[in-house]
Design a protein around this ligand. Structure first.
Ligand code: SF4
Length: 507
C-alpha cells in the first residue's frame, strides 16, 4: 500500500516518475543546542528557500553514540515547512519503545521514516550502552504496515483490541550493494526482498564509490520486479572522514584506497580539495540519474548549504553536456576482488554448491524429530507433551535440552528456537545483534561489524554452511516474527510441541 501523497513535498516528488528526488542527511550531535545545531538549522532554512532538496533526513544516534533525538530536530524542520525523513533505528529501543515512538511520530506529523537496524551501540554515559535489537527492520516494517491498515494489535497488551486511526506512514528501508563477498551480498539482496514484502515503500542504498555496484542494485531490482522508488546514497567526505572510512571504522562502508590516494593528492590544492570532491559528487549524481535511480540521498560532513547548492548547479550542467563514459571513469572506484552478482564469467561457470556435513547431519536429526512425518516425531511429541504436564518432568526435560544444546550449539536458552532458519547456528550466541532474519548491513569484507578483522559475520557462516544450490542464487531468508521473551529460560522443544513458540504465528 503506497501512502497518500498529501502536501508533503518529499512524497509528492518520490512517486512522480518524471521527478528526480534529492534528500540530504543531517547528523545531530550530543546536546540540545550549540553551534553544530545552529549550523544544521541554518542549512535547513537555506535548503527550504532553494527548493531542490525535497527532504532532510535526520540520523538516529549514528555510529551507536548518543545524540539529539531525530524527532526533536524533525519538529524544527517541519516548522520551517520542510519535509523531514526520520531515521528509525532499532539498536536501542525495544518493541514497546518502538511502538510508542511510532505513535509520537504520528502525533507530531513526522510520517516519513527510514527504518534500519542501526550501528552497534557504543560508548555513552559511564560505559558502552546495552544493545537492544528486540525487533529487526523487517519486523518493524510489519508493525508499521499494521498501523497503516488499522489491523488490531495484540490483545494481550492494554488497548490492543481498540481500533486505532490509520497511520499514514511512508516507510523506507536500506540495502548495501557494496558488499565485497558473495555471502554478504546475496544475503543483503535476499533481506531486501523480505523488507519489500514486509511493506517498505522506498529503498535507500548504502553509500559507495563503485559504479558497477550501483548498476547491480538497479539490475537486481529489475530482475526481482521491485517497483518501489530506489534512491542512491552519494556521500561527499572530507579528507578526515575519508581516512576514517578507509580504515574500515564506519560500519558497512567500503572506502577504496584508490580514492583515498586521489583525495590526498587533491588536498594539496589551495582549496584543500574541496572543489574536486564537490565536482565528483555532482558527476556521481548525474550518472545515477542517467542510470535510472529515482533520486539521490546526499550526505557529507561539515558541508554548508552553499556547497550543496554548487554541487546541484554542477549536476544540472553535467546532465546536459557531459560525456557519460568519461564521467563514469572519473568517479568509479571499485574495490579489488569485489564479488559481482551479474559477473559474466561466473554466470557461465554456474558452480553447484553443497551444504556442509554438519548441516546435513543436523537437518536429518531436526527433520526426523521436529517435522510432521519425521520417524521420531510422534514419539518426541508424545513424550514432550507428557513432560509438559508436571513441573518436575519439565525441569528435567529442560535440563537435558540445555545440556545437549549448549554443547552442540552454544545455546542461550531463549526458549523460542530458530536454529533451523540459520543453518543450525545459534543467532543468540553467534550474532552480537541477535539478528534472526538475515544480516545487518554492518559487516565488512565478510567480518562482523562488532569484531572487525577478527570474527566472520554470523550470517556469512550461515551461508557457507548451507549455500544455495548454485552460485548467484539467493539464500533462503524467511521473515520470522519477533521473539516472545516470556519464553526465555524455558525449553524450546516443549514450547515447540506445545504450540507456544513462533511457529504458531508462521504456520
Ligand atoms: S533455543 Fe534460542 S538460544 Fe538456544 S539454540 Fe535455539 S535460537 Fe539459540
Amino acid at each position: 500500500m503506497v501512502p497518500s501523497q498529501s502536501t508533503d513535498i518529499f512524497r509528492t516528488s518520490l512517486f512522480k516518475a518524471e521527478e528526480f528526488t534529492i534528500t540530504f542527511e543531517l547528523v545531530p550531535g550530543r546536546g540540545s543546542g550549540g553551534k553544530r545545531l545552529e549550523g544544521i538549522l541554518r542549512f535547513a532554512e537555506e535548503a527550504k528557500k532553494d527548493g531542490r532538496i525535497k527532504a532532510l533526513s535526520i540520523t538516529d544516534n549514528p555510529g551507536g553514540h548518543p545524540a539529539l533525538a531525530p524527532t526533536a530536530l524533525g519538529l524544527d524542520i517541519q516548522s520551517m515547512g520542510m519535509a523531514s525523513l526520520i531515521h528509525f533505528s532499532l539498536k536501542d529501543k525495544n518493541r514497546n519503545m518502538a511502538e510508542s515512538q511510532l505513535f509520537e511520530c504520528h502525533r507530531h506529523g513526522l510520517l516519513n521514516l527510514l527504518v534500519l537496524g542501526g550501528d552497534f551501540p557504543r560508548y555513552g554515559f559511564n560505559g558502552q550502552a546495552m544493545p537492544v535489537f528486540d525487533l529487526d527492520s523487517p519486523q518493524l516494517l510489519t508493525l508499521i504496515h499494521r498501523l497503516q491498515q488499522t489491523l488490531p494489535l495484540e490483545k494481550e497488551a492494554p488497548g490492543g483490541i481498540m481500533p486505532l486511526p490509520p497511520m499514514d506512514f511512508l516507510a523506507g528501508c536500506v540495502v548495501s550493494p557494496f558488499k565485497t563477498t558473495e555471502a554478504e551480498q546475496l544475503f543483503q539482496y535476499a533481506k531486501l526482498l523480505t523488507k519489500i514484502s514486509a511493506g517498505a515503500h522506498f529503498v535507500i542504498s548504502q553509500l559507495g564509490f563503485d559504479m558497477n555496484k550501483y548498476q547491480e542494485l538497479l539490475s537486481f531490482c529489475n530482475k526481482y520486479a521491485i517497483t518501489v522508488p530506489l534512491i542512491a546514497s552519494v556521500f561527499i567526505p572530507s579528507i578526515k572522514v575519508a581516512e576514517i572510512m578507509c580504515r574500515g571504522q564506519v560500519p558497512g562502508v567500503i572506502f577504496p584506497e584508490s580514492l583515498m590516494r586521489l583525495m590526498q593528492k587533491e588536498s594539496t590544492n589551495q582549496d584543500k580539495g574541496e572543489e574536486a570532491r564537490l565536482l565528483r559528487g555532482a558527476r556521481m549524481v548525474s550518472l545515477l540519474k542517467h542510470m535510472g535511480y529515482s533520486g539521490v540521498h546526499l550526505g557529507g560532513n561539515n558541508l554548508e548549504f552553499s556547497k550543496i547548492a554548487f554541487l546541484l548547479d554542477q549536476t544540472e550542467q553535467f546532465t546536459e553536456t557531459a560525456n557519460l563514459q568519461e564521467m563514469r571513469q572519473e568517479v568509479d572506484f571499485p574495490s579489488p576482488s569485489t564479488w559481482y552478482l551479474f559477473s559474466e564469467s561466473r554466470q557461465q561457470t554456474n558452480t553447484v554448491q553443497a551444504p556442509s556435513a554438519r548441516f546435513r547431519v543436523n537437518r536429518h536429526i531436526h527433520d526426523s524429530v521436529f517435522k510432521q512425518g519425521g520417524f521420531i516425531f510422534p514419539l518426541a511429541r508424545a513424550v514432550s507433551l507428557r513432560a509438559d504436564q508436571s513441573r518436575k518432568a519439565r525441569s528435567l526435560y529442560t535440563f537435558c535440552e540445555q545440556l545437549i544444546k549448549t554443547l552442540l550449539f552454544r545455546c542461550r536458552m531463549c526458549g523460542d528456537c530458530t536454529l533451523d532458519q540459520s543453518s543450525y547456528l545459534c543467532p543468540q550466541s553467534g550474532c552480537p545483534k541477535k539478528m534472526i532474519n538475515g544480516p545487518c548491513g554492518g559487516s565488512l569484507h565478510g567480518f562482523c561489524e562488532v569484531y572487525p578483522k577478527e570474527r566472520p559475520c554470523f550470517w556469512v557462516k550461515v551461508y557457507h554452511s548451507n549455500p544455495p544450490s548454485h552460485t548467484g542464487e539467493l539464500p533462503h531468508c524467511r521473515l520470522l516474527p519477533p521473539k516472545d521473551w516470556s519464553l526465555e529460560g524455558s525449553s524450546s522443544w516443549l514450547n515447540y510441541f506445545s504450540g507456544r513458540d513462533h511457529n504458531k504465528l508462521v504456520k
